[in-house]
Design a protein around this ligand. Structure first.
Ligand SMILES: [Zn+2]
Length: 77
């Protein structure tokens, strides 16, 4: 259980297309489809597709922060 919470904490919000490697970054949005910066991946319209290869939303995977960076951050706190 503790591990699950931790993984949630280091979710970057980015989602990677499993087909072509395109990364949706919510801080940048998707200019090609008029998605403004700040829109979380989960709030994208259901008909949103990968701008590169047209894969559907559910075929994207979660991008997590590098665990090593997280450890470094904790040491400096
Ligand atoms: Zn793609």
């Amino acid at each position: 259980m503790e591990i699950r919470v931790r993984f949630k904490d280091i979710d970057t919000g980015k989602r990677r297309c499993r087909m072509c490697g395109y990364i949706y970054d919510p801080e940048k949005g998707d200019q090609l489809r008029n998605i403004s910066p700040g829109i979380p991946f989960e709030d994208l319209p259901d008909n949103w597709r990968c701008p590169v290869c047209k894969y559907q939303k559910w075929q994207f995977s979660i991008v997590l922060k590098e665990p090593l960076l997280e450890i470094e951050k904790e040491l400096y706190l």
